[in-house]
Design a binder for this molecule. Structure first.
Ligand SMILES: *[C@@H]1O[C@H](CO)[C@@H](O)[C@H](O)[C@H]1NC(C)=O
Length: 347
């Protein structure tokens, strides 16, 4: 007889399932530090690995699965936003059309935030009660509710965190972005990896005249790529005009090995009229920018663009809140960089 068997089975399942407390929703603010373990028992390659921070240059942190980087056990959740020391988990950039996912990383700047809600769940291995961070929405630039966090293999045998939008029709079999649960963890942090396995941005050692001690030219000349230098433009935020919009808001390409050539090639190949390198590793594209962000024309106005490019420390790639702005040259026009006057003396 089948029925008794089935109901006995159901009863057994019910008994073994951990009990989800019947109480009001958990607060979306968690002040006691925590780490995050990811779970997806169907994918042993990622199951029960830790979410690590991995320095990406310019103060941002990549989010990678252990063992790359260092385990973050001092995260807090503030109104649904994962935070550590003034860095926030955001979703922006490195969009890939093959799987339609976007990067999740930590920054202090105003990119669209990843919003989470703590919920109870049952540990798939031990059946213990656990608290998971359920993804709620990507907030900013028009809120996008839903979707999920996934991890996907990245350069250097690492796995990086990404966001997949709701009902994402794309899936890349070659490089699947594996959906994961993010589980609050307060176990003893794993040992700090040895220096060789750890994590810092690798800046290639330049050779020749623009060695590491040389100061780069005041800007990189990329007219051979069809873009002329405009100046060092303020970004939103403290350096800008107080208006919370990006100076170039078309597309972001982020790359630890960024150069100004790569940036103008990226934006140029997508038909954008402007390209700007920022923070050593970010490349912003757009077709216009607010007049209040027009760069000045003295040498002193270049001061904010003081970060070397991740891919070439003989070039400047913007700064914190500043970008090296380039404009595509017209087809039948000369391609000429802006000129910069000596600064007026200050008394
Ligand atoms: C990406 O996902 C969204 C659904 O959230 C869908 O509307 C869009 O067409 C997808 N784009 C690609 C390139 O798959």
């Amino acid at each position: 007889m089948q029925r008794p068997f089935l109901s006995a089975l159901m009863a057994a399942v019910a008994v073994s399932a951990c009990e989800i407390p019947d109480e009001p929703p958990l607060s979306d603010t968690i002040t006691e530090g925590f780490g995050i373990v990811v779970q997806n028992p169907e994918w042993p390659i990622v199951h029960n690995r830790y979410m690590n921070l991995y320095e990406s240059g310019g103060g941002d942190q990549h989010l990678y699965l252990s063992p790359a980087g260092a385990y973050a056990f001092d995260l807090v959740l503030t109104g649904g936003i994962i935070e550590q020391d003034g860095l926030f988990a955001v979703i922006n950039g490195e969009y890939l059309i093959t799987d339609n996912t976007t990067k999740l990383f930590m920054t202090e700047r105003a990119d669209p935030m990843a919003i989470f809600q703590p919920v109870y769940g049952c540990n798939p291995d031990t059946d213990e009660l656990q608290v998971e961070l359920e993804f709620v929405e990507r907030r900013g630039d028009g809120d996008l509710p839903g979707g999920h966090i996934c991890v996907r293999s990245a350069a250097g045998e690492r796995h990086e965190f990404r966001w997949s939008p709701p009902e994402n029709p794309a899936w890349d079999d070659e490089r699947p972005c594996i959906p994961v649960s993010l589980v609050i963890d307060r176990s003893e942090p794993p040992p700090i990896p040895t220096p060789s396995g750890s994590s810092s941005i690798i800046i290639p050692t330049p050779t020749g005249p623009s060695g590491p001690t040389a100061t780069p030219d005041i800007f990189a000349d990329v007219t051979s790529e069809g873009f002329a230098f405009v100046g060092c433009a303020p970004e939103e935020g403290p350096a800008g005009d107080g208006i919370p919009t990006r100076t170039l808001n078309g597309e972001l390409y982020a790359d630890d090995e960024l150069t100004n050539e790569l940036c103008v090639q990226y934006c140029g190949s997508r038909g954008y009229a402007y390209a700007g390198s920022e923070y050593g590793r970010e490349c912003w594209c757009g077709n216009s920018y607010p007049p209040t962000r027009q760069p000045g024309n003295t040498l002193a106005d270049l001061a904010g663009c003081n970060m070397r490019c991740g891919g070439d420390d003989g070039q400047w790639c913007g700064g914190g809140g500043w970008m090296n702005l380039y404009e595509a040259c017209g087809e039948n026009e000369p391609c000429v960089n802006a000129e910069f006057l000596p600064a007026a003396k200050r008394h």
